[in-house]
Write a protein that binds this ligand. Structure first.
Ligand code: HEC
Ligand code: HEC
Length: 291
């Protein structure tokens, strides 16, 4: 907060307290106790009596409490307060408490191999909650994904389906590198190779265009997508020889992927969640597999 704004807050806050006190003080005494003010409504008269003492002191105590509060907690502009309280500190101590309480629970599961853990109903309930909090924004609440965000319930994997590969994906994140081929292939080349990719996936295509596309594919694409288009988990390159598409199945979308490249990014969770929670999540992701 800027200095000027800080002073604005300080003066506003202390000024209100002071005004409050003055109003209170001025109403402490009255000029003629026991007499009426002369106001009379339907025969009901108003007496000019001072506030009851308990009420007056109630106000005084709340003003003093307010001042003490403002001295202890940060409430006056940039003044940090003498208590050393911060929002970040409060959050951290709550997190430490939670780690202390639940840490052993997570650690106990960390010793169980992923393939066994996925059969454990209590661990999977925990996994579902962790997934809902950390993963569902991108992968959907059921893990079925959407365009650009992979479906975790099917049998197609960019980065591999082994427990270790999945754990590495979640711990360290992944950055896919599909280069843009537009400049190298030109428009004609993009269309030809897209035709061949569609043939790989089993669609009816223009055979002439596809065979021109194949020679380009063998030159530019096999390194990552493999000779039969089966994909390559080391590179995060998806299989192209089936009807599962990360970025849409239309000719337009496939050509677009080839022309402009793609770079999907899975964030790393090692720091945010720690290995024990990632272990449970890996088992949960495996449990999502349709049988
Ligand atoms: C350096 C490795 C690499 C090369 C070479 C490469 N790709 Fe890719 N490709 C990838 C990766 C990685 C992805 C996944 C991108 C992502 O997840 O964001 C991908 C995605 C795609 C997709 C989108 C698939 C989907 O499911 O939506 C198509 C289509 C594609 N590549 C075609 C090609 C073609 C055609 C060539 C050759 C001209 C090629 N790729 C060359 C790595 C490569
Ligand atoms: C900000 C969005 C985002 C969040 C949050 C996110 N992911 Fe991902 N995730 C992605 C993207 C995008 C990819 C695909 C990367 C690529 O294109 O290669 C991915 C890929 C993956 C993969 C690899 C899929 C494959 O086919 O190999 C797994 C497993 C995964 N995520 C699990 C998780 C889990 C578990 C969480 C929660 C802890 C999570 N993700 C949170 C965006 C996200």
């Amino acid at each position: 907060m800027s200095n000027a704004f800080s002073w604005f807050v300080i003066i506003g806050t202390l000024g209100s307290l002071l005004a409050f006190f003055l109003i209170l003080y001025m109403n402490r005494h009255t000029s003629n106790p026991g007499k009426t003010t002369g106001h009379s409504y339907d025969g009901i008269e108003e007496y000019d009596n001072p506030m009851p003492a308990w009420w007056f002191w109630g106000f005084v105590i709340s003003i003093l409490f307010g001042i003490g509060y403002l001295l202890y907690f940060p409430g006056l502009g940039n003044f940090a307060g003498f208590g050393g309280w911060t929002q970040v500190g409060a959050l951290e101590s709550a997190q430490d408490d939670a780690d202390e309480r639940y840490g052993p629970l997570f650690a106990q599961y960390a010793a169980i191999p992923v393939d066994e853990l996925r059969q454990d109903a209590a661990a999977m309930r925990m996994g579902r909650r962790l997934f809902a909090t950390n993963c569902s924004v991108c992968h959907g609440s059921a893990g079925t994904g959407s365009e650009g965000f992979p479906n975790l319930t099917d049998h197609e994997w960019l980065w591999g389906s082994d427990a270790e590969q999945i754990k590495t994906t979640i711990m360290n994140g992944r950055v896919a590198m599909m280069p843009a081929w537009g400049p190298a292939l030109q428009e004609q080349g993009v269309q030809e190779v897209a035709e061949y990719v569609m043939q790989l996936s089993g669609r009816e295509v223009n055979a002439e265009l596809a065979s021109a596309g194949k020679s380009r594919y063998d030159m530019f694409c096999v390194a990552c997508h493999g000779p039969e288009g089966a994909g390559q988990p080391m590179m995060g390159a998806p299989a192209l020889n089936n009807e599962i598409w990360l970025y849409g199945n239309s000719r337009l979308r496939i050509e677009d992927a080839i022309r402009n490249g793609r770079s999907g990014q899975m964030p790393a969770f090692a720091e945010r969640l720690g290995e024990d929670k990632v272990h449970i999540l890996s088992a949960y992701v495996k449990s999502l597999q349709q049988q």
